[in-house]
Design a protein around this ligand. Structure first.
Ligand code: PYR
Length: 363
């Protein structure tokens, strides 16, 4: 198969979908890989690294889309890429269709085969291609949150870990999945007092067992959320309903009961956000303020740590990419249910319920 890897063009997106090691592995299976020039530069990989691994460098994004049967990317195509996508072309990348009606309609119109990383699901319901980036974003949420708590950045001016004689900051983590667990671990490691909420008692039991003593668990419900946000300095939105819109656990009116300078980091922004006032921001302009509450809602958080993220992502995607290349998408999806669940839009039809429900489309 002919595989194309374009350079990501979303704001400050420095990840790339294949490493030179990944190219070498794909080549062993007899496939051809075209990389757009400088696609890996932001992650620390030069064109020469790719050519020595067996890739051919193409000068433009147009040439990559024109040539490839399968495009492997990191982020969803943005408007300037829509017209490059060809009928029947296989796109293997993050899409997050449930948060963008425009993208959904654009991909329907292009009649491509859209296999979304974020909905590839294993039999145990885990999401193998989302987990690595959830790990990165969960860990990053605390370092970004700690930064924006600083006074010059309009935060409360509180140090997460406090100092001897001064209590630490209070961190509230909404959701005890991968993002929430990683966030709680990082915040606890820095000495904050952490509360992690989830709707699953079984999950809370597990978290209570594995977390250090400065992490409390609490059932997630509106009453408890209202109580905790009054005293929290940093709140992490870490809720995920696979492939569907995130529920709004923090509503507009709740901002009024938070203290000025509270920082919200909504990691769920890709799926519409679990904080009602959240709207996607970029690494260039990551925050905005409503009612004196700092909102950090960057939709591609892992893009800021491309070295770690590219390696972590491609560790997970490569085995699936090889199956798709070896068998073609139809046979690969027939033989591997993980991949089947990744199909979201196929040749003009929405085939994933969460996406159809989000936009009132037939499925
Ligand atoms: C990202 O890492 O950017 C995702 O969309 C999950």
């Amino acid at each position: 198969m002919i595989i194309g890897v374009p350079k990501e063009i979303k704001n400050n997106e420095n990840r790339v979908a294949l490493t030179p090691a990944g190219v070498a592995e794909i080549k062993k299976h007899g496939h051809t890989v075209y990389m757009q020039a400088n696609a890996g530069t932001g992650s620390g990989f030069s064109d020469a690294d790719y050519t020595s691994a067996g890739a051919t460098i193409l000068p433009t994004i147009e040439a990559v889309y024109e040539t490839a049967e399968m495009i492997i990317k990191v982020k969803e195509p943005i408007a300037q890429e829509y017209n490059l996508i060809r009928e029947d072309q296989l796109l293997f990348t993050y899409f997050h269709f449930a948060s963008s009606e425009e993208l959904t309609h654009a991909m329907i119109a292009r009649k491509a085969v859209c296999l979304a990383y974020e909905t590839v699901e294993k039999a145990d319901r885990s999401l193998p291609l989302l987990i690595p980036m959830s790990e990165v974003a969960g860990r990053m949420s605390i370092q970004e949150g700690a930064h924006y708590l600083e006074k010059p950045l309009k935060g409360r001016g509180i140090l997460l870990g406090g100092v001897p004689g001064v209590p630490p900051a209070r961190v509230l983590v909404l959701g005890g999945g991968v993002v929430g667990t990683q966030a709680a671990k990082m915040a606890a490691g820095l000495g904050a007092h952490v509360t992690i909420m989830d709707v699953s008692l079984a999950r809370l039991r597990y978290l209570d067992d594995i977390m250090p003593p400065n992490v409390d668990t609490m059932m997630s419900n509106e009453y408890n959320i209202r109580e905790r946000i009054k005293v929290s300095d940093l709140i992490i939105g870490a809720v995920l309903i696979p492939g569907a819109k995130a529920p709004h656990l923090i509503t507009r009116d709740m901002l009024k009961i938070m203290r000025p300078g509270t920082v919200l980091v909504d990691v769920a922004v890709d799926q519409g956000g679990c904080i009602e006032t959240c709207k996607p921001t970029t690494h260039e302009n990551p925050t905005f303020i409503i009612d004196d509450v700092v909102h950090y809602c960057v939709a591609n958080m892992p893009g800021a740590v491309p070295y770690t993220s590219t390696l972590a992502l491609t560790n997970a995607t490569l085995p699936y990419a090889i199956q798709l290349a070896n068998k073609g998408w139809k046979k690969a999806c027939q033989e591997n249910r993980d991949l089947l669940s990744g199909l979201n839009v196929v040749k003009g039809e929405v085939v994933y319920k969460g996406v159809a429900d989000a936009w009132g489309l037939s499925y």
